[in-house]
Design a protein around this ligand. Structure first.
Ligand SMILES: [Zn+2]
Length: 374
């Protein structure tokens, strides 16, 4: 029987990140990216969704926050936006992080997306627990700002004999790279943050890459009652859940309040755009089949065995946890502040950076849209 529980997607991107993908996958974004995300809603693929915006230190990623607010404005009540914090590559360049965070919240964001994907450390050298972040973590804890936090990557990305060929192509093999911390060090940095800010409302993306270590999950969730994981693939997660099916089912049932559904679907451009809606739909169908049925089937390149979770656990995973953390309605977008944000980002561009022309055009387009709504 078709399951009728609505799905809320906690992890739906609006553009590829240049900092993460560079020449391998990045496509210049446009307003079409926002239209695609809205079409996911219009086509019944999610009841509501949250856009994690990735903004680190490169120019082509500057439109990500404004695009998220733009999409939000076009789907009232149904889109939440998690802001990326702009970072500098020097210590001084990271001053004022809390002022930046407050501005973003005031412009209409519902929380934050932090990313420490290991390849970023080749350029952005600061640890997750570096003092540059302390005032932000303290404020986030005080204000209960939800943070979707991507820490690490699948353990195989550090193992030469296990890393998938596509990951090598993206520059995501880390084993021989002295600039990139071992996986264990990234966890150690993160646990240090949690110890010092134990009430942070953190949602670790991709199950915190712990699906092959399920025994370690309950002690972590017990120690930090506001920590949650999303189940965004991380396709290897689903193989790991299948391999320890009973244990995974028990965990999802016992800690049902702590897991959120997310897809990594994305508004995108270029040749993939044509099939994007279909692929996004297939992704959700596959995930739902995994959680709702006990079927054995092929997915994400693995032989999977579904978890057949009970209705109550599914409701929490798909709907209730999302609404508890992000609220029943998204924060309203403040057009004046959103326009000012576009202008601030526009003024950061010297003009000779990669994709500068497109970035400026898009920022001005979104700024003008918000100015028209004053
Ligand atoms: Zn993601």
């Amino acid at each position: 029987m078709e399951n009728t529980i609505p799905v809320f997607d906690f992890h739906c991107h609006i553009m590829e990140s240049y900092a993460l993908f560079k020449d391998t996958f990045f496509q210049e974004p446009s307003l079409e990216n926002a239209r695609q995300v809205i079409s996911f809603l219009e086509n019944g693929m999610a009841e509501k969704l949250a856009i994690p915006a990735i903004t680190l230190y490169t120019v082509p990623d500057l439109p990500c926050n404004p695009l998220a607010l733009y999409a939000k404005s076009h789907a009232p009540g149904r889109i939440y936006a998690l802001a990326g914090l702009r970072r500098g590559l020097t210590r001084e360049g990271n001053a004022g992080m809390v002022a930046q965070a407050r501005d973003l919240i005031a412009a209409g964001f519902d929380g934050f997306k932090l990313i420490c994907k290991p390849n970023v450390r080749r350029v952005f050298r600061f640890a997750i627990n570096d003092p540059i972040f302390d005032e932000f973590y303290a404020e986030a804890e005080k204000c209960s700002w939800p943070i979707l936090f991507h820490v690490g990557d699948p353990p195989a990305f550090w193992q030469k004999d296990q890393v998938p060929a596509w990951a090598v192509r993206y520059g995501w093999y880390y084993g021989d790279d002295a600039d990139i911390p071992a996986s264990g060090l990234l966890y150690a940095e993160t646990f240090d943050v949690l110890r010092r800010y134990p009430a942070l409302q953190v949602i670790f993306a991709h199950f915190f890459f712990m699906a092959d270590r399920l025994d370690e999950v309950p002690p972590l969730l017990d120690a930090y009652p506001r920590v949650c994981f999303d189940v965004t693939p991380g396709s290897e997660m689903y193989a790991a859940f299948s391999a320890q099916r009973d244990k995974a089912r028990e965990l999802f049932a016992a800690y049902g309040d702590r897991f959120l559904f997310g897809t990594d679907n994305a508004g995108c451009q270029g040749p993939v755009r044509k099939n994007n809606l279909r692929k996004a739909r297939e992704n959700i169908a596959l995930m739902r089949r995994f959680f709702e049925t006990g079927d054995t089937f092929d997915g994400f390149g693995y032989r999977l065995r579904g978890l057949a979770l009970d209705q109550q656990t599914l409701c929490k995973l798909y709907t209730q946890n999302f609404l508890r953390i992000l609220g029943k309605t998204p924060a309203p977008v403040h057009p004046v502040r959103a326009a000012a944000l576009c202008e601030t980002y526009r003024n950061m561009i010297a003009g000779d950076e990669p994709f500068a022309e497109n970035t400026i055009r898009l920022l001005e387009e979104i700024r003008d849209f918000f100015n028209g709504h004053l």
